[in-house]
Design a protein around this ligand. Structure first.
Ligand SMILES: [Zn+2]
Length: 343
């Protein structure tokens, strides 16, 4: 469907009792409703642009690419899809309102883009969301891809642990019998190294899908050197220098790590329970959910699996106001007032 005014009206009318085909966080839903709501006589489009400007997703002002002495750009209503565009009083140059923003060249209305971003924040199925918001699946997928990349980039910025801090590790699904019962029928094709930072609430995780190196499968020895190398490399990549690396019962002992048993010997019962079990609660949910993505062919699905685990652990770090957080992160990542680069 063409992005036009009917799209806006249909959605704004029912914003008080929205029935979505996916579950959503109440705070995110509230923010979404405010974003798409329409108050008073001003058009929804102008109100939406104002809100997006306050989030930084659309710049407050832009510089004219002609950059002549009497150039002065302001927002003007126009007969275009977005109903507004930038117009330079000096030289008459017009620029799309989307120039220099996340929405540039996106084949859907700005409102639809915000709806798909909302669906991504709630971890909704992309095809369900595309159908519901009447966006082409290809366009919805491209938005999901860009958000995945943004989440992964943000996730990689932050390492676990630090000086005098503990980074725990445990292996999935090897740990399942002890930590929680295995309730899915899907076969365990992948091993996932779970790593956790104990000093954050909610717990910060990094979940690393173990690569199935063909050399590793051929080696066929009791001591799996390839696996140990991979675990070591992951821990060093993920943990800040000076962290105390604690390996759970199902992780092979490697240099410079401390076995869990040795650590819990000095802890009280509550702490023991936390370090042995509770700390992995949410990571186990993600690992278990990731199994649905697994096609059974380990080589072909480890990349999408890793992508899912990364974006899901990024979501987990922001249990509150994630939709607003994502919009602001997008603004910081994409929007810039100088539009010269875009031409
Ligand atoms: Zn100009």
């Amino acid at each position: 469907m063409e992005a036009d005014s009917t799209t806006y009206e249909n959605n704004s009318k029912s914003s008080d009792d929205i029935c979505l085909p996916f579950s959503s966080n109440p705070e995110d839903l509230k923010f979404y409703k405010v974003l798409i709501s329409h108050i008073g006589n001003c058009s929804l489009e102008s109100q939406l642009i104002e809100k997006l400007q306050s989030l930084g997703l659309i710049p407050e002002k832009v510089t004219c690419p002609e950059n002549k002495p009497d150039c002065k750009v302001s927002l003007k209503s126009a007969r275009v899809v977005d109903r507004f565009q930038w117009l330079c009083k000096g030289c008459g140059k017009r620029l799309p309102i989307r120039t220099g923003t996340f929405f540039f060249r996106l084949q859907c209305s700005i409102l639809q883009a915000l709806q798909i971003i909302f669906a991504w924040c709630e971890d909704a199925d992309v095809y369900t969301a595309a159908q519901f918001f009447d966006v082409k699946p290809k366009v919805a997928c491209s938005i999901y891809d860009r958000l995945d990349e943004l989440a992964i980039e943000q996730l990689h910025k932050y390492k676990l642990g630090g000086e005098n801090a503990v980074v725990m590790s445990e292996m999935y699904p090897d740990c399942l019998n002890r930590l929680s019962p295995d309730t899915t029928d899907q076969a365990h094709v992948h091993q996932i190294l779970m790593m956790a930072d104990t000093k954050h609430i909610p717990t910060y995780y990094k979940l690393h899908v173990i690569q199935r190196d063909p050399k590793r499968l051929r080696s066929n020895t009791d001591k799996d050197e390839f696996l140990e190398e991979e675990i070591k490399a992951s821990l060093l990549r993920v943990a800040k220098p000076g962290s105390m690396l604690v390996t759970g019962n199902n992780v092979p002992l490697i240099d410079r790590t401390v076995p869990l048993q040795q650590v819990i010997a000095h802890c009280n019962v509550n702490m023991q329970h936390f370090l042995c079990s509770r700390i992995w609660r949410q990571a186990l949910v993600l690992c278990s959910a990731a199994r649905e993505l697994c096609s059974g062919a380990a080589d072909s699905c480890s990349a999408p699996l890793q992508r899912y685990l990364d974006t899901a652990s990024y979501r987990l770090r922001h249990p509150r106001h994630f939709y607003e957080h994502t919009l602001r992160a997008l603004a910081a990542d994409v929007t810039h007032p100088a539009l010269l680069d875009c031409f």
